[in-house]
Design a protein around this ligand. Structure first.
Ligand code: HEC
Length: 161
């Protein structure tokens, strides 16, 4: 009796510890495998299959926000220049799709804008970048409305030079 009561808990404990160790190993491997499958299928799919919202939520929302309102988790008062509000129709109608594509590819500096807007040409595929440009039009519910005067542009974008 006394032998059993000392041995059994020890065995029970070692089995429990072993189980915990095994699951500690298996769980991260399993979840990594699932998440990498999900991510790669979402991001490497062909042109017609790209889900722009998935791409935007993954790469852009941290600054521009899930709704595109420039309120992402990394958009703080410390940022010298705030991320662009992609729902700001007044601004968005002043930029063509080509201009958006350019700034997404090369980052802010390619368009004489803040370097806080990173370049994406080495991270995203052509299809993903093009799908993002189209998605920006969904967010702003607007189209490019042609070149506007600098005066008008200054009114909506004080930083514009
Ligand atoms: C690290 C933060 C950050 C991330 C991530 C980010 N941006 Fe930006 N983005 C900015 C900032 C800051 C600006 C404002 C630059 C300026 O006005 O000088 C900006 C501006 C823009 C503009 C407006 C450019 C213009 O002509 O004024 C577009 C379009 C844009 N981002 C698209 C995207 C897309 C698409 C993604 C995801 C692939 C993305 N951004 C990810 C910070 C970010």
């Amino acid at each position: 009796m006394s032998i059993q009561s000392t041995i059994w808990p020890a065995r029970f404990l070692s089995v429990t510890v072993l189980f915990c160790l095994i699951s500690l190993f298996i769980f991260p491997v399993a979840s990594f495998a699932t998440s990498s499958v999900l991510t790669s299928s979402a991001l490497t799919s062909s042109a017609s299959k790209v889900d722009a919202k998935v791409v935007y939520d993954h790469w852009c929302a941290q600054c521009h926000g899930y709704e595109g309102r420039a309120d992402g988790i990394n958009s703080t008062p410390d940022m010298a220049i705030n991320p662009r509000d992609h729902t700001d129709r007044n601004f968005m109608i002043t930029r063509s799709d080509d201009q958006f594509e350019d700034v997404i590819r090369g980052g802010g500096t390619r368009a004489a804008k803040s370097p806080l807007m990173p370049p994406w040409e080495h991270t995203l595929t052509d299809a993903e970048i093009k799908s993002l440009v189209a998605y920006l039009r969904v967010l702003c519910k607007c189209e490019y409305e042609g070149v506007v005067s600098h005066e008008k542009l200054r009114g909506v974008d004080p930083d514009f030079k």
